[in-house]
Every structure is written in structure tokens, then in C-alpha cells.
Ligand binder design. Structure first.
Ligand SMILES: *Cc1c(COP(=O)(O)O)cnc(C)c1O
Length: 450
């Protein structure tokens, strides 16, 4: 006799068709909400209808392990064609000798590089999280990818809070000190998640290489600004590899990529496959190819507009009385600005209030938070990015309007419901995706193929 082994209570059981319907209802509601919101999350963007179409293709149901032309599976004739195009476009866009477009995300791209150039137990150099570092280069004690998954020890770049940047001389001292203690650094990972100003690769690359340290640059956030030639050019400045996400300032599908020189190609290829992926989300490879082509055509203009919007928004928020980090340095040279909201509350609470008014931002740990006893759920800052509103065609005085809508919540403590009405009003005329070859489907229109 079969024994009843289920541990689920009757009340927890779902009716399949109602649950199925509920999923689609939530998807519809999400898209309608976003079409009425001001999306300001610095790591997000909206892809073109062309990228969305590529993602819906049958590529997403196939396997193509290995390198294009040398696959482990049959059925890859067109997949290989697209992946080879995608790699060529990536090399052209970033002026690199080598591109591996298989990593399925920025974290996987970083892991591929760690696997290629370090061994567990080695030490790497990265930015501390309150100074803008990302968890993928984090210590094991914080469940950071570098420490937890690849067993790396993580030491931090010396950081200068006055210039919002890596301190070159103190970093050199730190590397020498670590060496004298028998801790040889194997890899330095530049780049970060709160990333306002270009990092001093040129100033540090020769020194690091002379110490036998592999120089990598994590451009997850700023890859679109680099591709658009409006930010530093890490590979030309001395980086030996560059990892990225394809969906932040680079407006493609979610994914990752590694760029480098031919002499490192074999190691990186092994790190990407079989090191950190089996199937590599082929529909997203097609989406990346489409986005790279769009970026080659429109990226320069887009990156310029994103950065001037970020600077204008920083100025406008400052005019509304808010404290913007790095104000003495012109707020930013990237797509981001960061606000110190400690005068008005905490980042966690304000994030929720803004969300109720359809203004989507995220809370941010800022320097000084840990010392003041503030933690990730209720930090002292908010991080704002202009990549997505720029893609929707907003420019010029729209930044002043956004600042005013935000200040009504943060400074004037107005009821979010009344602000929400004005947010919807303002958004109604921005429904199209710009900087694309074709754009007939509105940005957040739900596409029904059932
Ligand atoms: C977002 C981010 C990543 C992770 O990218 P995913 O594509 O989300 O995996 C890696 N590094 C930095 C600095 C980031 O900001």
C-alpha cells in the first residue's frame, strides 16, 4: 500500500488553474504599474521591442554547450551564426580582441574570471561594500561570491571619501604591506555598484602588474557608458580583462560578458564553460547581439544623454534642498547619483514612501553608515540612476520635474497618493523606447502569445 507522504497541509494546496491565472494577472499588473512609474533604479533599464522579440524565440529552449562551431550538441546552425555575430559586435563595441558572451550574468562573468586567474585561498583586492563594492567581490563572512563560492580572501582598496575614489598611493602601500605579511594579492577587481567617478586604472595598472597582480575591471554598471565612449576605457588604460552585465547602462537582456585580449582567451573560455555554465541562455545571446548592434548605432548619443541627465538631476535635487554626495565634484560622471537622506529619515523607509508614489529607487549604504550604526535595511542613502528614464526619452526639464516630485515625498512629506497622480500624468507621454532601430511596441506593453 502506498503511504501518504505529503507534508503539505490541505489549506496550502493551490488550485492549478487559479494559480496559473494569478501569475498572468500579476505580470499584467506589474507592466501596467511600470508604465505609470518613474524607474530610477541604477542597475535597471528597459530593452527595445527587438530585444524582447529575440528573447521570445526558440533559442531559449536549446542547448549549445561549448564554443560556436565546436558544440557538444546538434541543432546549432543558426545559434552559432548569432553567437559569432554577437562576439564580433562585442569586440567592435568595446575595442577588444576577445569576447566571451556566454556568462549568464555579471556575477557569472566575475566567477569565470576568478576561476581563470585565481585559486581558492588566494587574495584579491576589491572595493568594500559601503564604498560602492558589489557582493560578487565580497568576503565569505558576508556571503560574497568571491569568498563563498571561490574561496578567495578579499582585501579592500584604500578609498578616499573626499574624492569618492580609490586612493592610489595608499593602495600601493597596502599591497606592499600585504606582501610583507606573506599575503600575495593575485587579482585586483576595479569597478563597483555605487560608481560615480572613473577608477584610477591608468595610475595603478603598471604597479599592480609589476607585483604579479591580474588587473580586471567590473563594468557591470558602466558598460554602456564605456561602449558609448563617455566613461573611462579600462582595456586601453591597462585592464587585462573586463566583465560586465548586459542590462544596466547597456540596455540589453539580462546577462553577462567578458572582454579581454587573445592571450587570455583559453583561460577565460574554460572559466565560462564548463566552469560556470552548462547552457548559456541562447535567447539572451540573441538579445545581446541585438542590443550590441543598437548600441553601436545609438550608444554614443545615449551615454551622453544619460550622464547629462544624471548631472542635471543631481543639481535639481540639490536645488530642492537635498544633500547629494560628491556635490563639490559635480555629483557624478556616470549614470548615478547618491543622496544622503539622513536629515529626512532613512533610505529604507523613504524607498517605500517613494514606491507608493510610483517612484522606484533603491536604498544605499553610504560611507559613514556602519560607523553610525546604520545597516542595509535602513541605511543613510538612496541611489538613483538615469539610464531607464533616458531610454524613455526624458531630457532637460524632465529632470527638474522628477526632482520636484521626489522632494514632495522626501522633504515636504506630502501624501504619496497625491504625488502618484502627478507621476502618472508626467509618465503618460513617455511610453516609447528610444535609441533603437525599431520601436513600435510601447516600452512596457504586455505581449500576449498564449
Ligand atoms: C550588478 C553588478 C554585478 C552583478 O551583475 P548581475 O548581472 O546581476 O549578475 C556585478 N558587479 C557589479 C559591480 C554590479 O553592480
Amino acid at each position: 500500500m502506498m503511504e501518504e507522504t505529503t507534508t503539505m497541509s490541505e489549506t496550502e494546496k493551490l488550485d492549478p488553474k487559479s494559480a496559473y491565472d494569478e501569475v498572468f494577472t500579476a505580470l499584467h499588473e506589474h507592466q501596467s504599474w511600470f508604465s505609470n512609474s518613474i524607474p530610477l533604479i541604477a542597475s535597471e533599464n528597459v530593452p527595445s521591442p527587438a530585444v524582447r522579440e529575440a528573447i521570445l524565440s526558440d533559442f531559449g529552449n536549446r542547448y549549445a554547450e561549448g564554443w560556436a562551431g565546436e558544440r557538444v550538441y546538434a541543432g546549432c546552425v543558426y545559434i552559432d551564426k548569432v553567437e559569432l555575430l554577437c562576439m564580433r559586435l562585442a569586440r567592435q563595441l568595446f575595442r577588444a580582441e576577445f569576447a566571451d558572451v556566454r556568462p549568464v550574468s555579471g556575477v557569472c562573468a566575475n566567477l569565470a574570471v576568478y576561476s581563470a586567474f585565481t585559486d581558492p585561498g588566494d587574495t584579491i583586492l576589491a572595493l568594500a561594500i559601503p564604498n560602492g563594492g558589489h557582493i560578487s567581490s565580497g568576503r565569505k563572512e558576508f556571503n560574497g561570491t568571491a569568498g563563498l563560492v571561490h574561496g578567495l580572501e578579499v582585501e579592500y582598496f584604500a578609498f578616499d571619501k573626499d574624492t569618492w575614489n580609490i586612493d592610489v598611493e595608499k593602495t600601493k602601500e597596502k599591497v606592499r604591506k600585504l606582501k610583507s605579511e606573506g599575503k600575495k594579492v593575485k587579482l585586483a577587481m576595479f569597478g563597483g555598484s555605487l560608481f560615480l567617478f572613473p577608477h584610477p586604472i591608468k595610475e595603478l595598472a603598471d604597479f599592480l602588474k609589476s607585483e604579479g597582480i591580474f588587473v580586471c575591471y567590473d563594468s557591470a554598471h558602466v558598460s554602456g557608458l564605456i561602449a558609448g565612449k563617455q566613461f573611462q576605457q579600462p582595456l586601453a588604460e591597462g585592464a587585462e580583462a573586463m566583465t560586465l552585465s548586459t542590462h544596466k547602462t547597456l540596455f540589453g537582456p539580462q546577462g553577462g560578458t567578458v572582454l579581454s585580449w587573445n592571450k587570455y582567451a583559453d583561460k577565460i573560455k574554460a572559466g565560462a564553460f564548463p566552469g560556470t555554465a552548462s547552457n548559456h541562455h541562447l535567447h539572451h545571446v540573441a538579445g545581446k547581439a541585438v542590443a550590441f548592434a543598437e548600441f553601436l548605432q545609438h550608444g554614443e548619443e545615449y551615454a551622453k544623454d544619460v550622464i547629462s541627465n544624471a548631472q542635471a538631476l543631481g543639481q535639481a535635487l540639490s536645488d530642492e534642498g537635498l544633500d547629494i554626495l560628491a556635490s563639490e565634484l559635480g555629483y557624478t560622471k556616470s549614470h548615478q547619483i547618491a543622496i544622503d537622506v539622513t536629515k529626512y529619515g532613512d533610505g529604507g523607509t523613504l524607498e517605500k514612501e517613494l514606491e507608493r508614489a510610483n517612484i522606484i529607487v533603491n536604498r544605499q549604504l553610504i560611507p559613514g553608515d556602519i560607523k553610525a550604526g546604520r545597516h542595509y535595511m535602513h541605511p543613510g542613502g538612496l541611489r538613483i540612476g538615469t539610464s531607464e528614464v533616458t531610454r524613455l526619452g526624458m531630457k532637460g526639464d524632465r529632470m527638474k520635474e522628477i526632482a520636484s516630485l521626489m522632494a514632495r515625498i522626501i522633504v515636504k512629506k506630502e501624501d504619496p497618493e497625491s504625488v502618484k497622480h502627478d507621476v502618472e500624468q508626467m509618465r503618460s507621454s513617455y511610453q516609447k523606447v528610444y535609441y533603437a532601430f525599431e520601436s513600435s511596441t510601447p516600452a512596457y506593453k504586455y505581449v500576449n502569445v498564449r
